[in-house]
Every structure is written in C-alpha cells, then in structure tokens.
Design a protein around this ligand. Structure first.
Ligand SMILES: C[S@@+](CC[C@H](N)C(=O)[O-])C[C@H]1O[C@@H](n2cnc3c(N)ncnc32)[C@H](O)[C@@H]1O
Length: 235
C-alpha cells in the first residue's frame, strides 16, 4: 500500500472504524433501524434530484469514482441507480475496509490508494464522489491535496458530488466541513448546496414516532447536519 498519510493518522482512523463496527453490531446502521432507513432514503432522493438537476438522468455511460469508498455501501447504491461494474470505481486507504467492499460489491474495481495521489489519468471521470471521507481527515493540507486530485481526474464537463457533515459535536475523531471550507478546497466552481440529513440523535428519537414529522423537519433544513453539494469546475 502506498500511503502519504502519517502512520499515527492511519492508526487513528483504524481505531475509529473499529469503534464504528461496534455500532454496526449494535444495529445502529441497519435498514431494520427506522431512523437509519429514513436517513438513507431521504439522502437517496436528494442525490437523484441533484443528478437530475445536473442533467444526469442515466448512469449507464458515466465514469464514476468514489474517493474513500470504505466498505462499498455508496458504490452499491450507485449500482442500484444504474451505474455498471465497468464504469464504477472506488479507492480507499484501508485494505481491510476494501476487503469488506469486495464482499459486498464483487466485481466493482476497488483500489487501495491514497486520495492525495489517485491512480487515474487526468480527465478520466464524469462524476467524482466523496461521502464522509473528508470529515474523517483532520489535516487540512491532506484535504486540499485530495480535492485537487478529484478535480484533476475529472473530465472538463464533469462534476463532483459531495456529501459530508458540517457539524458533528459528538465525535472528536472527525471534523465537520462548512460551505466556505468546501469552496476553498474547490475554487472556481459552480456550487449547488443543499443542507440535508436531520441530526441523527434527533432522527433516532423522532422517526419511530412520526416519519412524516421527521421529513417535515428535515425539509426545513435548520436541524440538518450535512451538505449535499454538486460542484462543477468552471471551464
Ligand atoms: C466515513 S468512511 C466513508 C465510507 C463511504 N464513503 C461511505 O459513506 O459509506 C471514510 C473513508 O475514507 C477513507 N479515507 C480517509 N482518508 C483517505 C485518504 N487519504 N485516501 C483514501 N481514503 C481515505 C477511510 O479509510 C474511510 O474508509
């Protein structure tokens, strides 16, 4: 594995994901958990709306790359939206998470690589996506280099789809990223931002009581913790 992330930072991330696996065993991230189902379904609707607004109504002939694909759950969603195993790729720093991705999404090529040095040619992808990878990195310089790489591998007509939280007061192993910081990582772009995802502690309480009330609150956006953004470099 070629990594340019300091070893201590890698160890920190490994510890963090070991902890999250415990949450998974606690059934926090399962579709039988109503608030998790709510969060993912709301996000799916928003992603498909963003793609439609960007003029993308089929993923069949679109080259898609996910940076920090982890266990492959987002790649699996993109397969469900119509991407194919030949036009979908993922990279992640941690081999153990990629093994889990391989178990989940079989033939989709996932590569162990550092987002700061993507093993892809310039101008090779139509859509580069990142879902909560940036917030798991504490060093701003690493995030800046990853963003530059995402833009490098993007075709001139391509876009970046960003989903990450801007606030997470409960976990010091992550760092929320606001609009200004996103714009600083991706200068000279057109941005379509949407505040998404009802704060998970609130969703866990509210969704089992009333799905529609949770959906109404999420629509108001005030208690939402993430940004979904379509970022399109200007020519
Ligand atoms: C919170 S997980 C998100 C996984 C996946 N995107 C999802 O939403 O299910 C963040 C992932 O980013 C990866 N990551 C962090 N820094 C990275 C880097 N410099 N290069 C590649 N992947 C990285 C981590 O190993 C981890 O798997």
């Amino acid at each position: 594995m070629t990594s340019h992330q300091p070893i201590s930072d890698l160890d920190r991330m490994r510890g963090e994901y070991a902890q999250r696996s415990q949450y998974a065993r606690d059934n926090k991230y399962t579709f039988f958990n109503q608030s998790y189902l709510f969060t993912i379904q709301q996000r799916q609707r928003a992603i498909l709306r963003s793609l439609r607004q960007a003029g993308i109504t089929s993923l069949e002939n679109i080259n898609i790359l996910e940076i920090g694909c982890g266990k492959g759950r987002v790649l699996l969603e993109f397969l469900q939206y119509g991407a194919t195993v030949t036009n979908l790729h993922g990279i992640d720093l941690l081999p153990e998470r990629l093994h889990q991705a391989q178990d989940l999404i079989g033939q989709v090529p996932v590569i162990c690589a550092d987002g700061q040095r993507l093993p892809f040619a310039a101008n090779s992808h139509d859509l580069v996506i990142q879902f909560t990878a940036f917030s798991s990195i504490l060093d701003a310089e690493i995030k800046r280099k990853m963003a530059a790489e995402m833009v490098r591998v993007l075709k001139p007509s391509g876009s970046i789809l960003w989903y990450d939280f801007w606030i997470n007061p409960t976990n010091p192993q992550t760092k929320g990223i606001g609009k200004a910081e996103i714009k600083a990582y991706f200068p000279n772009c057109r941005y379509a931002f949407q505040k998404l995802t009802l704060a998970p502690p609130l969703a866990r309480k509210l969704v089992p009581f009333s799905w529609s009330l949770a959906a109404t609150l999420e629509r108001l956006q005030m208690l939402n913790t993430h940004y979904l953004a379509m970022i399109t470099p200007l020519a």
